[in-house]
Design a protein around this ligand. Sequence first.
Ligand SMILES: C[S@@+](CC[C@H](N)C(=O)[O-])C[C@H]1O[C@@H](n2cnc3c(N)ncnc32)[C@H](O)[C@@H]1O
Length: 196
Amino acid sequence: MIIAENELNSQNFKEFEELLAEYKELNASKVIEIGSLYGWTLQHFIHYSQEGSTILAIDLPVRNFVGPQDWRVEKQESNYKNVWPVWAKANKTKLYLIPDSSQKQSTLDKTKDIFKGEEIDFLFIDGDHTYHGVKKDYEMYGPLVRKGGIIAFHDIGKNEEGGVFHLWNEIKTKHTRYKECLHEANHEKGIGIIYV
Ligand SMILES: C[S@@+](CC[C@H](N)C(=O)[O-])C[C@H]1O[C@@H](n2cnc3c(N)ncnc32)[C@H](O)[C@@H]1O
């Protein structure tokens, strides 16, 4: 099921495969990923979406965190320009990138424009990992997900840096159905799935 084993990524494959199994069931055609970096998870979301899907990647470019000469800047910009469009074309996906913070009202407004006010099937939150950052992503973009859709969070493990673990534990039981994919012995990484 994993299609890009050698690319740079921060996922536990077993956890991500569990998420992908749910994703494939959805037969998603409208998808948002917050935090795409080089596109490892994005590639899978494109590949396993319905042909002709609309997918939006919201990603604060790595240029904002490292110097312009850093190798990661060139790698990311080349992926944005040369690699992601190839993945999209293979699935006839309309792929959009907002290279800005998900937490800005202008980003949410652009998102609503892209989906023409329609609800989405799947939201993956893997951007700002601070408690307040992930909470904001959940509160701003969660309401766009249709009933029967999925909201997934990366890094819910209790030993993971950042505040996803705390936010996840606050919200998970407020939903009638949720799932935790936790396969790291040291309780890092982890994917939380909410069935809306
Ligand atoms: C852990 S990486 C994403 C990894 C990717 N999902 C994968 O597994 O291949 C987090 C990404 O989120 C971006 N990011 C951080 N804060 C953000 C924000 N407020 N809005 C949008 N993207 C953000 C980072 O720049 C980085 O590209």
